[in-house]
Design a protein around this ligand. Structure first.
Ligand SMILES: [Zn+2]
Length: 281
């Protein structure tokens, strides 16, 4: 998955650093990041690649290498670097730089979205010693927000099949598992039951937690569960949200072999590999 960066160690402890010439500089425009591509390998610019040093905000480090971002942006594109969509980069190597680019994008968007106080409208200030933004007028303190969501593998043990869905309104929709965001006032278990009922009209039981995953593309922490269908197995598709939903056997389901970064892909491959055993906790 995207956060599985092997022996590399992600350190999000906020400790103010001064950038060095070797510090990485994560520059974003819309959903793109400044990078250099060689085949399927990416590299990110360091401060020494820039003729004029931009004003930088510290983000995090990986293996002691610091990552910064110019919150005000920079018009400079060092030679060999260009802006590439973060979605395409899901297939790029090395994965720790992809993870850094996507995680930094979430932080960049958080700083960018909180330049003004949501309570009183006054310009905010970045707290230099912690990952906080504060309002000098009304003393509001703003922390990064993470939206929990679920990925659900609904299994019918009697026939060893799993429910796969396709979203409506997306040009290149792939088969995926049931998924959705947690609503205010709801537990994560209730999210599972509600999303499965809303998307495919099934009752579920015997939830088994699988793994969780940060998914910075949508400011999300995804929590993956497998569960059993409870009672009637007839699917009722929510046509407003989904285009298609079906029970598929291990042999019928797609492999998503190219998808190394998503929890959904890993859970689908696991069911394909071991079937009903996904329900063993
Ligand atoms: Zn305020």
């Amino acid at each position: 998955m995207i956060q599985d960066i092997g022996e590399h160690i992600y350190d999000n402890h906020f400790e103010p650093h001064d950038p060095t010439p070797r510090s990485y500089v994560l520059c974003y425009r819309d959903a793109t990041v400044l990078c250099r591509i060689d085949g399927e390998t990416i590299d990110l610019p360091c401060l020494r690649d820039f003729a004029t040093a931009p004003d930088l905000q510290y983000l995090f480090s990986i293996d002691g290498m610091d990552f910064f971002t110019p919150l005000a942006g920079t018009s400079e594109e060092p030679e060999g670097f260009s802006y590439q969509t973060l979605n395409w980069l899901r297939f790029a190597e090395p994965q720790y730089l992809l993870f850094a680019a996507v995680t930094g994008w979430q932080l960049f968007r958080w700083y960018e979205s909180n330049r003004y106080c949501g309570r009183c409208g006054h310009p905010t200030q970045i707290v230099p010693t912690s990952r906080e933004v504060c309002c000098p007028a009304c003393n509001a303190v703003i922390y990064p927000k993470i939206a929990p969501g679920v990925i659900v593998g609904v299994v019918d043990p009697a026939t060893e099949r799993i429910v796969l869905t396709k979203y409506a309104g997306r040009e290149h929709a792939h088969f995926a598992l049931v998924a959705g965001f947690t609503e205010i006032g709801e537990s994560i278990e209730q999210t599972v039951a509600r999303e499965v009922m809303e998307e495919v009209g099934l009752h579920v039981k015997n939830l088994v937690f699988y793994k969780s995953q940060p998914w910075s593309y949508s400011d999300t922490l995804l929590v993956g569960f497998f569960c059993e269908v409870d009672g009637d197995t007839a699917i009722t598709v929510d046509r407003s949200e989904l285009k298609e939903a079906a029970w598929l056997t291990r042999d019928e389901m797609p492999t998503r072999a190219e998808d190394k970064v998503s929890l959904t892909g890993e859970m689908m491959r696991l069911f394909r590999a071991i079937g009903n055993d996904v329900l063993k906790s």
